[in-house]
Write a protein that binds this ligand. Structure first.
Ligand code: FAD
Length: 531
């Protein structure tokens, strides 16, 4: 990275404006003019806009390692005002340039990239927060919340709130993702059936719109912007602060996995368990997911090592016998007040379930160990050089009424037969009534639907094989009339996006015209740009 010098913002902005003035009339886009060496150098010296090759390269790929897009510059903001200034310059230019916020770059399809534009490296805000990236407020009567910078990682939000004995209610499986990044999608995990996705646990946000206006929005104030941004793929503004709901944090977790050979029984049990979902319902679980175990070596994977090695051969023999077995995973939190009742409550829930006899496994771990369960797998893969590899992921929402057809048509006929799937395959249900339809996020029309995630890791030379499989899966659903919705979607055509949003498309497009009329923001999603 180039060295930063503390040049006042207004000098940077004046410089950019003079740069723009110098390009007006020569019919070249601003980005094209940036390629002139002197100007690159000048911007580099300005400090907050980096144009050196290493900086550009660092934001030209992502966790997916499939898409590569080079920006012309990277903004390292130290204040929200820097973002306002940058977007204002783009908005007021006769030939606007594109801008993408980059949270932690954990997208898989270039969603946080800006071809020939400017990438805003949100992590740079962290260094300038003076410890105020997460501020906890509230009281027992009205409830607690945290004001959190959009650039904050969920692991840091968790750590900061735990100091007050509090925590957010809804997480993702992996905590090294930013608040702005997951709120731009939905933020789902095993807690979603009970607490809703992360976007359903936000009270208020500060957002810099595509016009460069800084707006505080909530369900009661500038609500159109609030609902647009939640699940809005970064299309309407850059989130610089979010107010997240908190509750008293539990201390420990009973964590259980049960194995099934019959898919219908597996999903019937999952649906039964998520039917207890009241926020204050003691009986309800706090977390429920599920996954496939197939013939791919160890039954453990990077999402967590769980099964004792002494049981591996027993599990593998079931996989060999059935081809696929299904793993139901649940968790119940507890603290000092509930430590004497948690086992009884869990037993009551589990006693009617139909998993394979003897194939239930249990762990008792700290709350942080449970929430941060993916991290140890990540560090292991990093040490083996297997983390920074292509990830041709496919994530779907499948309506409950067709999940058995999905198992037959996709898991058995495609995934099992092709036998190339190497990463985790998740399958777990959630309740529609925990989602707010006014938000941009799109889900199936049924009361219960499943999240299915094919979280493939591949080599640099063979990710195309997984893409082929992904295409076949989508085609199979289309042919069978299974009305899936993609999560973390990518569509190659405008029709694809219109179909994705369905009845929400009109509102989505109107909100784009309202908040980012020059289509500056998040071009890497390819919804309005480059199609
Ligand atoms: P980026 O990839 O940097 O950005 C994603 C999009 O959001 C881009 O369009 C970007 O421009 C925009 N954006 C970023 N910051 C802001 C902001 N402040 N304001 C407005 N727009 C912004 N998702 C789940 O829901 N549940 C999971 O359990 C889960 N597990 C994952 C595990 C791993 C290992 C990985 C790599 C991803 C996982 N994801 C999961 C997906 C993840 O939530 C999304 O890819 C998310 O967008 C990544 O966050 P990020 O901070 O890296 O965002």
């Amino acid at each position: 990275m180039a060295e930063n010098f503390p040049i006042p913002t207004y000098i940077v902005v004046i410089f950019i404006i003079s740069l723009l003035i110098s390009t007006i009339g020569n019919s070249k886009p601003w980005s094209a003019s940036l390629s002139h060496n002197n100007k690159l150098l000048a911007l580099d010296v300005a400090g907050k806009l980096l144009v050196d090759p290493d900086s550009l390269k660092s934001v030209s790929s992502d966790f997916g390692h499939i898409v590569k897009e080079h920006p012309k510059a990277v903004l390292c903001p130290s204040t929200t005002q820097d973002i306002v200034s940058l977007i204002k310059v783009a908005y007021n230019d006769s030939i606007p340039f594109s801008i993408a916020a980059r949270g932690h770059g954990h997208s898989t399809r270039g969603q946080a990239m800006a071809h020939d534009g400017v990438v805003v490296d949100m992590s740079s805000l962290k260094n300038h927060r003076n410890g105020s990236g997460v501020t906890v407020s509230g009281n027992n009567f009205s409830g607690f919340y945290a004001d959190v910078g959009g650039e904050q990682l969920w692991i840091d939000v968790l750590k900061a709130t735990l100091e007050y004995g509090l925590a957010p209610l809804s997480f993702t499986d992996y905590l090294y993702l930013t608040v702005g990044g997951t709120l731009s999608n939905a933020g789902i995990s095993g807690q979603t059936f009970r607490y809703g996705p992360q976007i359903a646990n936000v009270y208020e946000m500060d957002v810099v719109t595509g016009k460069g206006e800084l707006v505080t929005c909530s369900a009661y104030k500038s609500s159109d912007l609030f609902y647009a941004v939640l699940g809005g793929f970064g299309q309407f503004g850059i989130i610089t602060r979010a107010r997240i709901a908190l509750e008293p944090a539990p201390k420990r977790v009973k964590w259980v996995r049960m194995l099934y050979s019959n898919f219908s029984t597996f999903t019937k049990d999952q649906e039964y368990l998520i039917s207890f979902n009241g926020r204050r319902q003691n009986r309800a679980l706090n977390y429920l997911e599920g996954s496939l175990l197939m013939d791919q070596g160890s039954p453990n994977n990077w999402r967590s090592s769980f099964f004792p090695s002494s049981d591996h051969s027993r599990i593998i023999s079931q996989v060999t016998k059935h081809g696929i077995i299904y793993c139901l995973e649940v968790a119940k939190y507890y603290d000092d007040h509930t430590k004497n009742t948690v086992d009884k409550e869990l037993q009551q829930l589990i006693k009617g379930l139909s998993f394979l006899p003897g194939l239930m496994f249990e762990k008792n771990v700290s709350y942080v160990e449970f929430l941060n369960r993916v991290r140890s797998g990540e560090l292991k893969l990093q040490s083996q050089g297997l983390w920074d590899v292509p990830h041709p992921w496919l994530n779907l929402f499948v309506p409950k009424s067709r999940i058995v057809d999905f198992n037959n048509g996709v898991f058995k006929e495609i995934v099992l037969k092709r036998n190339i799937t190497t990463g985790p395959v998740l399958v777990y249900p959630m309740n529609r009534n925990k989602w707010d339809d006014r938000m941009s996020a799109v889900i199936p029309e049924e009361d219960v639907f499943y999240a299915v995630g094919f979280l493939h890791s591949s080599g640099f030379g063979n990710w195309g094989d997984f893409e082929e499989q992904n295409k076949e899966i989508l085609k199979c659903c289309d042919n069978a009339g299974i009305k899936i919705k993609q999560y973390l979607p990518h569509h190659a055509t405008k029709e694809g996006w219109i179909n994705h949003f369905g009845s929400k498309w009109k509102t989505f497009a109107e909100r784009k015209a309202q908040f980012d009329p020059k289509m500056i923001l998040a071009p890497g999603q390819r919804i309005f740009n480059n199609i």
